[in-house]
Design a protein around this ligand. Structure first.
Ligand code: GDP
Ligand code: MG
Length: 452
């Protein structure tokens, strides 16, 4: 997924802006990157795949294209960086935008039914959920509904002991729907807040499993039916979610094993194909490794470019478009003065610690903490000196360059030495040159003070 996307960004490097024409190729890469993952893996799922995944991706690509052509570039941000941001924001939307909370029943126990293929982490999720809900102050009970393997019941009983919640279990000869009914009865007797039912999974979706689940669902009348999906499933998840949603009717999904290598492509289609959100994610085998699903974090993970995103966001916050344009004109015409200098240093200050900002700029080399401290100190000196200048002097640095008397006055008023003032004046003229170069590099350059 990432290589394909990187190829998309790289095609935009060196472009001045985003246009209908220059995004054609990158969009093709993005479409391919989103789709390719599983085509090679599962030819048998090709048909569902083409019916379900393809339209999702097509709509996504259309939305991104519209955004890309419709929005102006933020100054100081390169087209490829802005494209990453647009794709990111569309991914967030695709995954539901906001966090989706678990729903609790207003009367009687909340019943959560877990479903999913074998080995995806259902039984583990039972325990993790109980642990999670106990922290929210809810009492829980687990029901062992996987009757096909005695080991599965034992596994749940042991997990229940770890979390210190009761587990309702019966023999392997009792039907799951019957276990569900008795378990729920018992939970009501004990005034339990949340009942979590574990079920059996198969390697493939099959009719027996679906029929059994339907029966369990009918008996329990659950508040939540959560489909547990292994993050490694990739885009194949679209077919899985569609089938479970059509057959059983789900209220949401839980994505597990996000701690693995997978970037979480499975997250992409769940909402789009079912209209149901991912509510929680599992990111480890321990009880505490369950947390709410944050679409924006997931988008960042899928893109693997969190730093570029926050850079674009910060740059757009700090620099208003008009300011930046005016500044650029000035720089290009070598009229950059002390007012601009001040605006710039303040913009940098607003961007937060310089260390972080420098770290965010792709392609910037490593800067030592000592260098950063030095730069931050000189920013403070600069501000003091510039503030001691008259408005005229700020606009016409030549006045200071030509007059030692003026420099002396500024030094006195700012409490700095004449040498420091001379240095700053010299620096401004050097900066005019440097910035012109940097400008070319950054295409807008909202961070000229970094050229120090
Ligand atoms: P089930 O067949 O769906 O009930 O799956 P299990 O709950 O038995 O889990 C199958 C395996 O996946 C077990 O070895 C779990 O420890 C492991 N597992 C479950 N969730 C996670 C997770 O979020 N991360 C990792 N790394 N492993 C997990
Ligand atoms: Mg299990």
């Amino acid at each position: 997924l990432t290589t394909g996307l990187e190829s998309a960004w790289s095609k935009l490097k060196g472009e001045d802006t985003l246009t209908k024409e220059n995004i054609v190729e990158p969009m093709r890469d993005i479409r391919r990157a989103l789709l390719e993952a599983d085509l090679s893996l599962r030819p048998s799922l090709m048909l569902t795949y083409i019916q379900v995944s393809l339209p999702v991706v097509r709509r996504f690509v259309q939305a991104v294209s519209d955004q890309a052509v419709g929005t102006g570039l933020i100054r100081g941000v390169k087209p490829d960086q802005q494209m990453v941001k647009i794709v990111h924001d569309e991914l967030v939307k695709l995954m539901g935008g906001e966090v989706s909370e678990l729903v609790f029943s207003k009367s009687g126990p909340t019943v959560i039914l877990l479903a999913g293929l074998q080995g995806v982490g259902k039984t583990t999720v039972c325990a993790k959920l109980a642990y999670y809900l106990k922290k929210l102050g809810k009492s829980c009970m687990l029901i062992a509904g996987d009757v096909y393997r005695p080991a599965a019941i034992d596994q749940l009983v042991i997990l229940g002991q770890q979390v210190k919640v009761p587990v309702y279990a019966a023999g392997t000869d009792v039907k799951p729907a019957e276990i569900a009914r008795k378990g729920l009865e018992e939970a009501k007797k004990q005034n339990i807040d949340v009942v979590i039912m574990d079920t059996a999974g198969r390697l493939q979706i099959d009719k027996t499993m679906m029929d059994e689940l339907k029966e369990v669902k009918r008996v329990l009348n659950p508040t939540e039916v959560l489909l547990v999906v292994d993050a490694m499933t990739g885009q194949e998840a679209a077919a899985l979610v569609t089938t479970f949603n059509l057959e059983i009717g789900i209220t949401g999904a839980i994505l597990t094993k996000l701690d693995g290598d997978s970037r979480g492509g499975a997250a992409l289609s769940v909402k789009e194909v079912s209209g149901k959100p991912i509510k929680l994610v599992g990111r480890g085998e321990r009880l505490e490794d369950l947390e709410p699903f944050y679409p924006d974090r997931m988008a960042g993970r899928i893109l693997g470019m969190g730093d570029v995103l926050s850079f674009v966001e910060k740059a757009s916050e700090v620099m208003r478009q008009e300011d930046a344009e005016e500044l650029q004109k000035k720089i290009m015409s070598a009229k950059f003065d002390f007012n601009d200098f001040l605006k710039q240093t303040r913009a940098v200050a607003r961007m937060g610690s310089m260390t972080r900002v420098i770290g965010m700029i792709p392609g910037m080399g490593k800067v030592t903490p000592a260098q950063v401290r030095e730069a931050e100190k000189s920013l403070i000196v600069m501000e003091a000196i510039i503030e001691a200048m008259t408005p005229e002097e700020r606009e016409l640095p030549e006045l200071l360059a030509e007059s030692p008397t003026r420099r002396k006055r500024v030094a006195q008023d700012s409490g700095k030495t004449e040498q420091q003032v001379s240095q700053l004046v010299a620096q401004l003229f050097q900066m005019r040159v440097k910035m012109k170069n940097l400008m070319g590099m950054m295409q807008g350059g909202s961070i000229p003070a970094l050229s120090n």
